[in-house]
Write a protein that binds this ligand. Sequence first.
Ligand code: FAD
Length: 477
Amino acid sequence: MYDVVIIGAGVVGSAIARELARYNGSVCVIDKEEDVCSGTSKANSAIVHAGFDAYPGSLKAKFNVEGSKMMEDLSRELDFPYQRNGSLIVCTKDQDRSVLEQLMAQGVENGVEGLRIVEEEELRSMEPNLAEDVTCALFAPTGAIVCPFHMTIAFAENAADNGVEFFLNTKVDCIEKTKDGYRILAGDQVYESRAVVNAAGVYADVINNMVSEKKLHITPRRGQYELLDKAVGDYVTHTIFQLPTKMGKGVLVTPTVHGNLLVGPTAEDIENKEGTNTTGEGLELLGKMASLSVKDVPLRQVITSFAGLRAHEDGNDFVIGEAEDAKNFFNAAGIESPGLSSAPAIGVFLAKEIADKLSLGEKKEFNGTRKGILNPNALNMEERNQLIQKNPSYGQIVCRCETVTEGEIIDAITRTLGARSLDGVKRRTRAGMGRCQAGFCSPRVMELLEKHADLSVYEVTKCGGEGVIVYGRNKEI
Ligand SMILES: Cc1cc2nc3c(=O)[nH]c(=O)nc-3n(C[C@H](O)[C@H](O)[C@H](O)COP(=O)(O)OP(=O)(O)OC[C@H]3O[C@@H](n4cnc5c(N)ncnc54)[C@H](O)[C@@H]3O)c2cc1C
């Protein structure tokens, strides 16, 4: 019998797991996918929002501002990339400047520090590539960018290193109330638990509705993106937002922590909770929308496109806490944007609430620090040479676009909650994320998976499921 079962190994479930690991008690995380960070947490804008655009008094505002304040220290403790590049919300000559002023007032009320309106001359010296029609902007110096994969994986690894168990490829089908808590049925597996946390992303309504009569309804709101080559990664240096509407924050143009340029997202309500495909119309719209704030966005440099699904709950706010009619069943539902920014604070809040309810004491041996995969590019030449002498696999480049070495890939496969697929390796090391999009390195990564993950090459997949890559030997099938 577990004390707590968490459903969902996205950034929210993983952050809660890591915070619960501070307490005595048995905790496990269940996810239907083959790896952590396989849902919305892998496909978003990767912005740590300052916290000005959520409505004052809302849970979004509270957790966003708290999470944003925690993020820099966390990035050091857990070793994930974070950069405070600042955000600019631009206003054009046809738009209403008073909306910008309202946003600033809202931000001040939410507790966001350092907000100010920047006039055209200063603005153009900060960002020379803004569109001609832009006249002023709200500057949020605490806005930042982060690596969403590394952040989520860091939470999960640190939770696992502190005793949390993870069960992947395990889909929760049904939850029954029992005398002592809950019985969770997942395929042929059964988990008994005193408490359950629902962090199931776009499926959080389905999970909640298995247990509670207070029904939730989540609409997947798709956001499509284009990712541009590092050659144009510094086209803007701040995150350039447009004035928000009720469908979202408009199309942004931003550098990423890894040096690319990101353009997106669209905002389309769809039915399909797995509908992460991009569309011709969506991608075309991105170019048009982006040009309203940034001129001549170099879209010829697009290297890939992708889409993620916001978990939009009808109440338009996060649903966090114990369900009214289901004792010890805790929701972290409707976590759409700014969910990535809010995850650290949601984790602290819910873990404390659950620990109090279950009377779990603090665990003395908790270790909150974690070291990420060693990146030889971050070393100077002398250090790199020493590393290669000690371990020659750091001298073997596997992914030429992103200069990822064999040593890094082996580390990604063999560490806690190691990668078991091409995408798992990609999210941990960036092998396959560059200009050729895995065209050259996939066969070599597959060999390394075969050798170090105890998989046959016929079992290696791109991202789990049935879709293997190699079916047999040439001329034998
Ligand atoms: C287009 C877009 C842009 C965004 N931009 C930002 C941004 O810039 N900044 C920001 O702060 N936030 C942003 N967000 C929001 C942020 O990405 C999400 O709030 C966050 O990733 C949600 O994390 P999660 O853990 O709740 O969900 P997920 O990452 O989706 O995790 C849920 C997990 O639950 C699992 N699951 C579901 N059902 C079951 C089941 N039955 N059994 C077992 N497992 C199950 C899934 O497999 C999944 O892994 C954006 C979102 C989108 C879509």
